[in-house]
Write a protein that binds this ligand. Structure first.
Ligand SMILES: CC(=O)[C@@H](O)[C@H](O)COP(=O)(O)O
Ligand SMILES: NCC(=O)COP(=O)(O)O
Length: 237
């Protein structure tokens, strides 16, 4: 079964637009779990433009499903994660000024750094995941760092899906087969949506978890959060 982890960055974006506490991030996260969401994901960025570091501390107290923190493991991020102790940490190689995540790790070039960071988090009892492009060499490189899982960066799948879904998914199937062969768990995320999620989850062997934020919150404007969470759960069956 593939778990649905809902990324609540966009709820924080909306809240921050007015400076108050509407919408209430903690209430939305609790409601997502009540509606059936199986995890909550956040991606605090250095400028705290959506999720604030304090949000991760507050969420940790109330999230009862799986709490996943994503981000670039700079010293401040590492300290935060070791303080909050989420269920899972996902390492993403974002530039400080990135609008959103735009690439996976070069796990070969950064092997020593990733191995050291993964060790720190695993010693603290946190499951680790490394964000990678769908490239079998990067999956092999991830394995060498000792990570528990990879997160496949699905932007290219989402972009290619409308015109040629078979070609768009091919590198992801190959990467997933490699991960299964090497016994690393598989997560996936970025630009997944109600349109493209079913085909992806049906075709990726051993897909453990998807984290979805931008599209899910946008779809909820029209369809309602409870309804949308359940639509995803049905498509992931
Ligand atoms: C790693 C990943 O693909 C997501 O976490 C994405 O980066 C969401 O971040 P933003 O909400 O800042 O776009
Ligand atoms: N790891 C991907 C994620 O958390 C959500 O990405 P998106 O759905 O906001 O593109």
């Amino acid at each position: 079964m593939t778990k649905l982890s809902v990324n609540v960055n966009k709820i924080a974006t909306l809240r921050n637009a007015r400076g108050g506490n509407v919408p209430d991030l903690l209430k939305v996260a609790a409601d997502i779990e009540r509606f059936g969401g199986q995890g909550i994901t956040v991606h605090p960025r250095p400028d705290e433009r959506h999720i604030r570091y304090q949000d991760t501390r507050d969420l940790k107290k109330i999230v009862t499903t799986e709490f996943n923190i994503e981000g670039n493991p700079n010293p401040k991020f590492i300290d935060l994660v070791l303080e909050v102790l989420p269920d899972q940490v996902t390492l993403v190689p974002d530039a400080e000024d990135a609008i959103t995540s735009n690439a996976g790790w070069d796990t070969i070039k950064h092997k020593d750094f990733l191995t050291e960071v993964i060790r720190k988090f695993k010693d603290a009892g946190i499951r680790t995941s490394i964000f990678v492009d769908p490239d079998t060499k990067m999956v092999e490189g991830a394995k060498a760092t000792g990570t528990d899982r990879i997160e496949l960066y699905t932007e290219s799948y989402a972009t290619g899906y409308p015109s040629d879904k078979k070609s768009a998914i091919k590198p992801f199937i190959d990467a997933a087969k490699k991960a299964n062969e090497l016994n690393i768990g598989i997560n996936a995320g970025h630009d997944l949506s109600l349109d493209n999620i079913h085909y992806f989850s049906q075709n990726i062997p051993g897909l453990l978890e998807v984290s979805i934020g931008h599209a899910l919150i946008c779809e909820s404007i029209y369809l309602g959060l409870d309804n949308v969470v359940n639509m995803y759960l049905n498509k992931l069956k």
